[in-house]
Design a protein around this ligand. Structure first.
Ligand SMILES: [Zn+2]
Length: 403
């Protein structure tokens, strides 16, 4: 008698085919069959099931020179799920609700004035509840949260965060207990989340080695290889901000001297600007000091640099030298395809990038620089929250409940 049940191996293909559609963006049954080396009938059966479950959808046809029916386009259905992505930083909490492609649908921002664990947790819960009440029609796939710190060994909490002054905070458990609902929660370091967002929401391919670096209140990095962030033995891979640049430099939050973070973090650059303005009272930047020292922000420094004001240009150029020196270690070690930079000072791109490239040319093997691309982040302020949602999306695989 003929066996009509689906071969167990076919069930295995469900996740593989879904992932391929997700990674290709738009594809066809024929392309999937060719790329995956799976026969056309198996691909068609599984694609039909994924369409039936509302996970992928058909849309339009692809013109070909071949005789016969044009193949139908397939893509992940953006309406299948919604996802919550959150960014916790020292000064604000951002929530971005995205569709199943990771495109933002809704955003909420809240000031993070107290770093007390309970107040931060309560704010997170309030923002999640508000959003879920407002968008209750669609199923929520999960919640991704980016936190500035190092994850605990089990990835359930934060072992240490210098920005939030947290030690051993079981954030995931605290949120699950309070929410009282079954939902997948993913926690990771903010910069790693941002890197995931940047990779999957742009033209970067999975094959590229990417170094993502954020320069803000702190300086963090993330190494992405084969579409995954490198975690390291204790989840601290990519702690780029604590590379020593000047052994006799200023004291860093970590206790070391002359870390990259102690030299180019926003507070340090603002401090430098104030010092320089005081000794150059004729500078047009002096107007900023008329009211109070707090009147100067990193955005002002960047705006003046872009207007080619001498003090601001000098500070950004020097930051570029320090950053370029730090990046030269990364380039010599990893030979990345791409370096993506984010943070406010990146808005002074022309001056900063020129300075970085000069340092790289001085300090790296020419071979390592042959094809490297250095660019600014495309996601900007929402990189962490969009990345956190994206990490939930790309980590999810449909269940093999094949007919
Ligand atoms: Zn340090």
């Amino acid at each position: 008698m003929k066996n009509t049940s689906i071969h167990p191996r076919k069930k295995m293909y469900k996740g593989v085919i879904f992932k391929a559609v997700q990674n290709l963006g738009q594809t066809t049954r024929v392309e999937l069959s060719t790329k995956l080396g799976v026969n056309k009938n198996t691909v068609s059966t599984i694609v039909d099931e994924l369409i039936y479950e509302g996970l992928i959808k058909e849309g339009g046809t692809v013109s070909t020179k071949n005789v016969g029916r044009n193949p139908t386009n397939l893509e992940v259905d953006p309406e299948a799920f919604q996802i919550i992505g959150m960014s916790i930083s020292a000064d604000q909490i951002i929530l971005t609700l995205t569709d199943f492609h990771g495109k933002p649908i809704h955003t909420e921002l809240s000031k993070n004035t107290s770093h007390d664990v309970d107040s931060v947790k309560n704010k997170i819960i309030e923002m999640i509840r508000n959003t879920l009440n407002q968008f209750k029609d669609k199923k929520t796939l999960g919640i991704g949260i980016g936190v500035p710190g190092i994850l605990s060994d089990n990835k359930e909490g934060i072992k240490y965060s210098s920005h939030l002054k947290w030690n051993n905070v079981e954030l995931k458990r605290l949120i699950i207990e309070e929410l009282d609902m079954e939902i997948n929660i993913q926690l990771n370091n903010s910069v790693k989340m941002a890197a995931i967002g940047e990779i999957y929401q742009s033209s970067v391919t999975n094959k590229e080695t990417v170094f993502y670096c954020n320069i803000g209140h702190g300086v963090g990095g993330s190494i992405v290889i084969d579409g995954k962030t490198l975690e390291g033995a204790n989840h601290s891979a990519g702690e780029f901000g604590h590379i020593t640049i000047d052994p006799s430099g200023p004291l860093c939050n970590c206790g070391n001297r002359g870390c990259l973070e102690s030299l180019i973090s926003s507070p340090n650059l603002v401090y430098l600007a104030i010092e320089k303005i005081r000794s150059n009272p004729d500078s047009p930047m002096n107007d900023l000091l008329q009211n109070s020292i707090q009147a100067i922000e990193i955005e002002d420094l960047v705006a003046f640099a872009n207007k080619r004001e001498a003090i601001a240009v000098e500070i950004i150029r020097q930051a570029g030298q320090y950053l370029g020196t730090g990046l030269s270690y990364v380039v010599n070690l990893l030979n990345p395809d791409r370096i993506i930079l984010s943070g406010n000072i990146v808005k002074a791109e022309e001056i900063l990038f020129e300075s970085i490239k000069t340092e790289l040319r001085k300090r790296c093997l020419p071979t390592s620089l042959q094809t490297i691309q250095i660019e600014s982040s495309s996601l900007g302020t929402f990189a962490v929250s969009i990345g956190a949602a994206t990490s939930v999306i790309y980590d999810w695989v449909p269940k093999n409940n094949t007919k």
